[in-house]
Design a protein around this ligand. Structure first.
Ligand SMILES: Cc1cc2nc3c(=O)[nH]c(=O)nc-3n(C[C@H](O)[C@H](O)[C@H](O)COP(=O)(O)OP(=O)(O)OC[C@H]3O[C@@H](n4cnc5c(N)ncnc54)[C@H](O)[C@@H]3O)c2cc1C
Length: 401
């Protein structure tokens, strides 16, 4: 039995290794790029946040996110980490639950998977871009325009559209749609946000611990707390990824930023009132409290000129400075788009697949896994865990049949 796996990313490599556990199966892994795991190598800022100890369905999204439950239970975090250990990878969990390779290098994850694929019953076909997949007898013809490979079963593991430069493509959606599968609207998720607030330009590169509230037409859409990073175009950093899903899809959007979330309004007012008694230039009012550049921009936003003296500030001006520190609202115009997004929200309709096997309900022998399906996870290792779990389940099922 020949099992074709289309896509040598996270879920495709997991599927290939699982399918090859059946010694009677011949596995062919097709990867359009020169090598496998290209996107994986760039994950987690080169550290690869490969899983999370706090996996639960609440961290997954899609039209029917409950579809993910079966795969996540079948191949949960403990089994995933044992599997990686067998492949030779040491891992470590941070206090937050995020799991990384002990080496802190995404390369290590790619390498152990690559070495794992060196098996007698696995053929790796890199540089093979599948352009057409069609029925051939009871099986499938996998074509790249020059060569056709016949497979009894096929797993589509082409990933999503996000991260275009790293291999994100429409290919998986197109291949599955050619068999009648439907696709929901694709949107960038875990993505940076553009802002028209001119403070972003002067704050480029500044990082701040921040409570972020995303508002749509003034109504709370999402909130989180963590590291914010200013960029020339707007807002980035882990906390922004966490709240970016579905942002700027119709309506007026803004981000309300609290740069001192642990201070009460009253304690901050008292602190500023005490500082305002000093004979210092107003531009030093926030020194030692916030990043210098951030403090200066917030004072400007409150309408305070730096040459003023602290002891000349009025109660109303101090209140306005507090408001800028704990409730600066900046407008959001759009996301940075699919090229920069880490994950695609939306995808192939999961109701058309059996969650017990990942097999298509429309085309027997056709399987799908990973990001191509309409499942996306929160920031923190949830997307890779979905890729491992769904890939393993699809590969095992394809190998068993
Ligand atoms: C910059 C960045 C950082 C990220 N960091 C994290 C992180 O730290 N933790 C986390 O959980 N998630 C992270 N993600 C998300 C995660 O990488 C993806 O969700 C995950 O890789 C999806 O796995 P996949 O197998 O479905 O797709 P992919 O890993 O994208 O693999 C798909 C593969 O299929 C190949 N392919 C596509 N079409 C064809 C075709 N027609 N023929 C042959 N081959 C084809 C592609 O070249 C690719 O190698 C990050 C994403 C990005 C872009």
């Amino acid at each position: 039995m020949v099992i074709g796996i289309i896509g040598g990313g996270a879920s495709g490599m997991a599927a290939a290794l699982a399918a090859a556990e059946n010694k009677d199966a011949q596995v062919v892994l097709f990867e359009r790029q020169a090598r496998v795991g290209r996107k994986l190598q760039a994950t987690g800022n080169g550290r690869c946040n490969l899983s999370n100890q706090n996996i639960s369905l609440s961290h997954y999204h899609g039209q029917a996110a409950a579809f993910a439950q079966n795969a996540l239970q079948h191949f949960p975090v403990e089994k995933t980490l044992q599997w990686f250990r067998q492949l030779g990878l040491f891992t470590v969990a941070e206090d937050t639950g995020r799991v990384y390779p002990y080496s802190d290098q995404a390369n290590s994850v790619v390498d152990v998977l690559r070495f794992g694929l060196q098996k007698e019953n696995i053929t790796l076909k890199c540089g093979f871009e599948v352009t057409r997949l069609r029925r051939s007898g009871d099986g499938f013809a996998v074509e790249n325009g020059e060569e056709t490979v016949f497979c009894d079963r096929v797993v589509v593991a082409c990933g999503g559209l996000a991260g275009t430069k790293l291999g994100g493509t429409m290919a998986g959606y197109k291949l599955l749609r050619s068999f009648g599968h439907r696709c929901t609207k694709l949107r960038p998720a875990l993505v940076q946000l553009k802002s028209s607030w001119n403070g972003c330009v002067s704050l480029k590169g500044v990082r701040a611990n921040c409570q972020v509230q995303i508002l749509q037409d003034g109504v709370l859409h999402a909130q989180s707390r963590g590291e914010l990073q200013f960029a020339e175009y707007g807002l980035s950093g882990p906390v922004i990824f966490e709240v970016s899903r579905d942002v700027c899809q119709g309506g007026n959007w803004s981000a309300k930023l609290n740069f001192l979330p642990d201070e009460t309004e009253e304690s901050l007012r008292n602190e500023l009132s005490a500082r305002a008694t000093k004979a210092l230039p107003a531009e030093e009012l926030l020194t030692g409290m916030l990043h210098n550049r951030l403090g200066k921009v917030l004072l400007q936003s409150a309408g305070i000129r730096g040459q003023r003296m602290c002891d000349s500030l009025t109660e109303a001006e101090l209140r306005e400075i507090c408001r800028m520190i704990q409730g600066l609202e900046v407008s959001l115009t759009e996301t940075l788009g699919m090229d920069s997004a880490q994950v695609t929200a939306g995808g192939i309709v999961t109701a058309e697949f059996d969650p017990e096997t990942m097999e298509s309900r429309l085309v027997p022998g056709l399987f799908a896994c990973g990001e191509v399906l309409d499942i996306d996870g929160d920031c923190g290792g949830y997307n890779l865990q979905w890729a491992w779990s769904s890939g393993r389940l699809a590969g095992e099922s394809a190998g068993k049949l």
